[in-house]
Design a protein around this ligand. Sequence first.
Ligand code: NAD
Length: 338
Amino acid sequence: MFDTKSYDRKYFDRLMPENVTIKYFTPKLDETTYPLCNGFDVVAAFVNDDLNKTVIDGLYNFGVKLIAMRSAGFNNVDVKACYKKIHVMRVPSYSPEAVAEHTAALLLTSARRIHKAYNRTRDFNFSLSGLEGFNLNGKTVGVIGTGRIGRAFIDIMKGFKCKVIAYDKFPSKEVDCEYVELNDLFKKSDIISLHCPLTDDNFHMIDRKGISQMKKGVIILNTSRGALIDAEDLLDGIKKRIVGAACLDVYEEESDLFFEDKSGHILGDDVLARLLSMPNVIITSHQAFLTDEALYEIARCTYKNIADFFDGKNSDNEVCYRCEKVEDCKIKKRENCF
Ligand code: NAD
């Protein structure tokens, strides 16, 4: 298991089946660390591991049979390079509510300036100047991606009596909200929240052009994947006072930073440093999943995936190598497209 933190180990140790042994590694999996996998059957990886073609081929040559992703997203796995070599399974839904609730926490923190008030009162500064917020009640929230997390977030926003509109590449009749085109969502929303996966066709789906169409003062929330937003264009939108606030749990260049204690280091990423210096930007380091319920479910489901794989069972949690989850996906028909 790569990129292991104490909180991962706690749950994987607690739920470990008798016939499984794990070697925990703290470094991330990449071209320099994959030689550690020689002799293992399974590699358990996480969101900032780099499973490119070289790594996949190396794992395959070492006899690794399964990549067990401890995440829902698998954009960091070269799935095409895995085809006919190594199976990939994931934990598709460990706790949509964990991510949706963190998104709402970021939004409320920003809207009510809680991050500012927290620091002030600790300094015995009880002034309210500059802490003016706004009500969520009645605001239009644009949700991009209405899967498990998007739906949980929609429910929360409806609880605040917001009007919810949505854009999804594959709209669902089960979702009770108005679907609109992406441009319309940009134009109409007071708050925009990203809940779609990062794929080849939506890289930088929020960029300078999209931001220029947005309402002045729009709040942008991203708890999905960093590269959905062009961070330099976001910075520009903030400087031009189009974007009123940005709350980010993910960042395009997060892989060498997030999950690590970098205090005392010089931050080399000027865009991130500038974003962090803005009073209306809140950044958490890919923390949205980090609840007791989600960590338990990640460990439980990863063990189940490994057991299903070695028992020869077809599983919905296996990543489809050919059609990448379009309508006629074989995995959904409980076939194996490997
Ligand atoms: P999901 O598969 O249930 O839903 C994704 C939705 O996005 C689907 O409705 C799909 O049709 C839609 N979609 C796909 N491509 C799209 C596109 N180009 N434009 C618009 N919509 C598109 O996934 P989920 O469980 O809701 O998770 C969503 C994302 O959240 C994951 O892919 C992952 O990147 C991210 N995530 C982040 C954390 C975190 O800790 N920050 C944790 C878990 C998941």
